[in-house]
Design a protein around this ligand. Structure first.
Ligand SMILES: [Zn+2]
Length: 92
């Protein structure tokens, strides 16, 4: 997986490179330029995950990372009973 970013935002994206085109998982087109770190050009490839950048939410979802996280959270909830609803106290 390759990363794409520029200095216009503090988000980086994950990129699937095919032949001569590159697109982020979330559907943005990426210039086929590889820089060591994000610069102010159009969204382009960076050779390493840019530090202090946050993964774009859409790319994050599309990696399935969130699905895995939800599964783990639900398993943990079952283990400690966190998801058992408690009755609401009656007011008045
Ligand atoms: Zn993205």
């Amino acid at each position: 997986m390759v990363f794409a970013a520029n200095t216009h935002s503090r988000f980086y994206h994950l990129v699937e490179v095919e032949m001569r085109t590159a697109k982020t998982l979330c559907g943005l087109s990426v210039a086929m330029i590889i820089e060591p770190e994000p610069c102010s050009a159009a969204l382009h490839l960076v050779s390493e995950q840019p530090p202090e950048y946050i993964l774009c939410n859409h790319c994050y979802r599309l990696t399935g990372a969130e699905a895995a996280k939800v599964k783990a959270a639900s398993a943990a909830g079952q283990a400690c009973g966190a998801f058992i609803p408690s009755p609401l106290p009656e007011l008045g």
